[in-house]
Design a protein around this ligand. Structure first.
Ligand SMILES: *Cc1c(COP(=O)(O)O)cnc(C)c1O
Length: 356
């Protein structure tokens, strides 16, 4: 039964409620991002029950899983030309930066007798997706608006994901001015001005998001209560929605330092070890990097030390932890963003939902 991931829907509910209230105070609607949990409808349902009306995911497979839920659905990665059929079927909106893709969306939307909205992305410095030539963005909007069964849903930006360039008022003012230009060029006001992800929340809370930005696409902050500019947990949220239990398969007293000639790890890096003495209580657990990410995980008991993991083994130092341990006992870990994503992607991790 291990590894076992417990998903606390009650705590998630409170996170969503808090974020919705905070964003509402700043005139911002949330697109609830579901990619971290592979679009699991049991979890996405909580977003909708707490009043969100839009769901977004980067993958077509996940959007397909969400198809039973009543909401506007966004594909938040530029669509692959090879997934247009499924995009049009399972998404109402997509974030775009290539006219060839938008033309293909139009053709497919006509074929399926459906409508699709495109949000055009502006790259404001992170150098990931989006137009850096804002005139080209505007020309694309004009052409897209004329295509059958496609309409311009708005403009958007993504920051702090690749180059870790932060949101600031100047950049978001630029986005609103691009939105105004597009609105003028197509002859109507665009619906969405989508100002970013969880990394925009710090700016929002400081009152720095200009009027005109009316949407944020939030994943990490809904799931962990964490804004991503200064990595602070927001009051009224929980960071323990995703807890993973794994089983001790070996428990022995061992030294803290290895012996022999040190080589390099699978990434070519030389590992470093902290000397905590010759006799430490070490546990090996049946969990590995295939199932979780050790760098975004902490043991639930802060007195335990997570030493590291290989693809299938997790090493813990239990010397200072409270209680007695035996082979076969479960150890509880609190997962962060990438760790949660991996737990959902791994077929080896079982999932249970609690609502408390
Ligand atoms: C993943 C993603 C988001 C959500 O990011 P969080 O930091 O989890 O809020 C928003 N927009 C795009 C385009 C994304 O890829």
């Amino acid at each position: 039964m291990y590894p076992l991931l417990t998903i606390n829907l009650g705590h998630l509910r409170e996170n969503v409620r808090t974020m919705k209230r905070l964003c509402g105070e700043h005139g911002i609607r949330i697109t609830g991002i579901t990619k971290c949990f592979t679009g699991d409808p049991e979890i996405a349902r909580i977003y909708l029950e707490e009043g969100l009306e839009i769901l977004g995911d980067s993958r077509g497979d996940n959007l397909e899983r969400l198809s039973g839920l009543e909401a506007e659905k966004w594909l938040i990665r530029p669509p692959m030309l090879s997934e247009i059929e499924r995009l049009v079927r399972f998404a109402d909106v997509s974030l775009n930066s290539e006219i060839a893709v938008i033309r293909a969306i139009s053709e497919e939307a006509v074929r399926q007798g459906r409508k699709h909205k495109v949000v055009l992305m502006a790259d404001l410095g992170d150098i990931r997706e989006g137009y850096i030539d804002y005139e080209e963005l505007k020309r694309t909007a004009v052409e897209a608006e004329k295509l059958p069964n496609v309409e311009v849903g708005g403009v958007g930006v993504n920051l702090t994901c690749f180059s870790f360039i932060q949101h600031d008022t100047e950049k978001l003012l630029k986005l609103t001015s691009i939105a105004d230009d597009v609105s003028e060029a197509i002859g109507r006001k665009v619906e969405y001005v989508s100002g970013g992800n969880s990394a925009a929340l710090d700016l929002m809370l400081r009152g720095g998001i200009p009027a005109g930005v009316n949407n944020l696409r939030l994943g990490e902050s809904l799931l962990f209560g964490k804004e991503r500019a200064r990595y602070q947990y927001l009051p009224g949220t929980h960071k323990d929605v995703f807890m993973l239990q794994c089983e001790i398969v070996e428990l022995k007293e061992k030294p803290s330092l290895p012996w022999g000639t040190v080589g390099v790890d699978s990434y070519g890096r030389r590992p470093e070890f902290t000397d905590r003495g010759p006799k430490r209580l070490k546990a090996v657990c049946a969990l590995g990097k295939q199932d979780f990410d050790p760098e975004t995980t902490v043991p639930a008991d802060p007195k335990m030390i997570l030493l590291g993991a290989s693809s299938d083994h997790l090493m813990l130092d239990l010397t200072d932890a409270d209680g007695e341990f035996h082979v076969g006992d479960p150890i509880t870990l609190q997962l962060g963003y990438f760790s949660t994503m991996r737990a959902f992607t791994s077929d080896f991790v079982k999932k249970v939902y609690i609502d408390s």
